[in-house]
Design a protein around this ligand. Structure first.
Ligand SMILES: Cc1cc2nc3c(=O)[nH]c(=O)nc-3n(C[C@H](O)[C@H](O)[C@H](O)COP(=O)(O)O)c2cc1C
Length: 170
């Protein structure tokens, strides 16, 4: 899909039907995440693909926001691999994982797969229930699937501030 059209078409889907995400499409989405840039090319992301009933139930326990999605990606990063920027005042922290997650979300739209970015979850609960290693932190969850009939963007989807409010030419 053409990029400008893609960013306009993508929306947060809050109701999925039971259609599974095809393996080929999931691979293309994951590949776009693999190609994301990271600070100093550290690539400290770790993506968990959750599709079993057991693991989806763990998502439901930690978040009210799966909306019936048949696939959820949990995007984590390795706390031992973060990059400390010169000067030592800041680190890449969750930044790299968020860039990877953005690639995943846009690639899903490119594959015609609907998605919703989730931060409304209990991180300690899900990390414990999924046995995520101590050195990793889950930054976000990405619901993936196909919109149920009648589902679509929420009314506020089109509501974006004008550039004059968010951009300053200096
Ligand atoms: C960082 C972030 C966290 C979000 N967390 C949630 C969430 O926990 N649950 C949810 O239903 N939507 C969540 N969303 C989706 C936003 O509510 C949605 O992107 C926003 O309202 C704009 O709507 P649109 O994506 O349809 O344009 C999140 C989005 C972002 C970028």
């Amino acid at each position: 899909m053409e990029f400008t059209e893609l960013v306009k078409k993508r929306y947060s889907c809050k109701k999925y039907d039971s259609r599974k995400v095809e393996r080929e499409k999931l691979n293309a989405i994951l590949e776009a995440g693999r190609l994301a840039p990271t600070a100093k090319n550290t690539q400290e992301q770790h993506i968990y693909v959750l599709e079993s009933e057991e693991n989806l139930a763990k998502v439901d326990k930690a978040s009210p926001c799966r909306y019936g999605a048949p696939t959820v990606l949990a995007v984590a990063y390795d706390k031992n691999q973060i990059y400390t920027y010169p000067g030592g005042k800041r680190t890449s922290d969750s930044e790299d994982a968020v860039i990877v997650a953005t690639h995943l979300m846009l690639a899903a739209a490119n594959e015609g797969v609907d998605s919703c970015w989730l931060n409304c979850f209990d991180p300690e609960m899900i990390e414990k229930d999924l046995n995520i290693p101590e050195n990793e932190e889950i930054v976000m969850l990405l619901d993936l699937g196909y919109a149920a009939e009648g589902a679509g963007p929420l009314p506020n989807h089109e509501n974006r501030k004008p550039l004059s409010e968010t951009v300053t030419y200096m």
